[in-house]
Design a protein around this ligand. Structure first.
Ligand code: G
Ligand code: G
Ligand code: MN
Ligand code: NA
Length: 256
């Protein structure tokens, strides 16, 4: 099991890197298309091979290393986006932001500067913030989220439906997207309660002016259901697995 010293060394060596999972955009004028990917951290360990984030994100959060980890995820993603766009592949990227990362009022300025130094633009980024994370201290969170939004970053409320925000807070926060948690999506064909929650979330999101993404879509019937209900975008193994950057262009071409 990796410890804090291992993780520190991995960050110093550059062994933490983003994989990219495609997201299908359903409201694209010429039919479903992959316009966005979610960056998901992987640890390329010299001895143990690829380590999944479940094994090190909690460690990173409890040791403060989630800050440098997020920093390198954003920096590598920004360089990759700039490269893809130079090659004619027009993509945006979603990055997971832990609540501990967005505590300082100068973070929005520093993040935007990082992105621009890497040849990218904040508008190409969606920051995924968990509902419970965003709501912990709502006045302070509101201030920082507003600054991020003013810098041009798009904001997504991740894992929607599993947190404990009030709807008033969701309404006031400058989110652009609501991401329905995969626990409601996976079995929705068999579970009418899950479908009720999905339909209510889509309606709520749209009535608040947000686009709605569903994650955890593993089958065609689930994809079709969400499409019919007016979901704006779809993420899940049915659309594509998280892959290394080098594999993504081919995956996007196959899907279009
Ligand atoms: O990649 P995988 O599907 O195994 O991701 C597992 C969890 O780890 C997900 O909840 C995802 O949000 C989280 N995660 C992956 N990469 C990052 C990251 O760069 N930062 C943060 N904060 N969480 C991440
Ligand atoms: O919201 P969050 O960042 O936690 O979501 C990313 C996580 O969801 C990653 O662990 C990713 O590997 C996982 N994931 C992505 N697509 C699917 C899917 O279709 N089914 C399941 N079970 N997990 C998925
Ligand atoms: Mn996410
Ligand atoms: Na999620």
């Amino acid at each position: 099991k990796p410890d804090a010293a291992d993780l520190r060394k991995a960050l110093d060596r550059g062994d933490i890197l983003p994989f990219f999972q495609p997201k299908a955009c359903l409201v694209h004028p010429s039919g479903p298309a992959i316009c966005e990917v979610e960056a998901l951290a992987r640890w390329q360990h010299p001895q143990h091979g690829l380590i999944a984030p479940g094994e090190f994100i909690p460690l990173a959060e409890s040791t403060g290393m989630i800050l440098p980890l997020t920093w390198t995820m954003v920096e590598q993603s920004a360089r990759q986006l700039a490269q893809w766009r130079a090659d004619g592949l027009h993509l945006s990227v979603a990055i997971n932001i832990a609540p501990a990362v967005i505590q300082d009022l100068d973070y929005p300025d520093r993040l935007a500067a990082l992105v621009e130094r890497a040849g990218a633009s904040p508008e190409w980024f969606t920051l995924e913030i968990t509902e419970s994370g965003a709501m912990r201290d709502s006045e302070h969170a509101m201030d920082i989220l507003t600054r991020l939004r003013l810098k041009g970053f798009n904001l997504s409320c991740d894992d929607f439906g599993t947190g404990y925000s009030s709807l008033v807070q969701l309404y006031r926060m400058p989110f652009c997207e609501l991401k329905i948690d995969r626990s409601f999506v996976v079995d929705c064909i068999d579970q009418s309660e899950a479908r009720v929650i999905i339909r209510a979330s889509i309606e709520l999101g749209h009535n608040l002016g947000l686009s709605v993404c569903a994650e955890g879509v593993e089958a065609q019937d689930v994809f079709d259901y969400l499409h019919a209900q007016g979901c704006d975008s779809i993420q899940g193994y049915h659309v594509g697995y998280p892959v290394p950057a080098t594999d993504l262009p081919e995956l996007v071409r196959e899907a279009s």
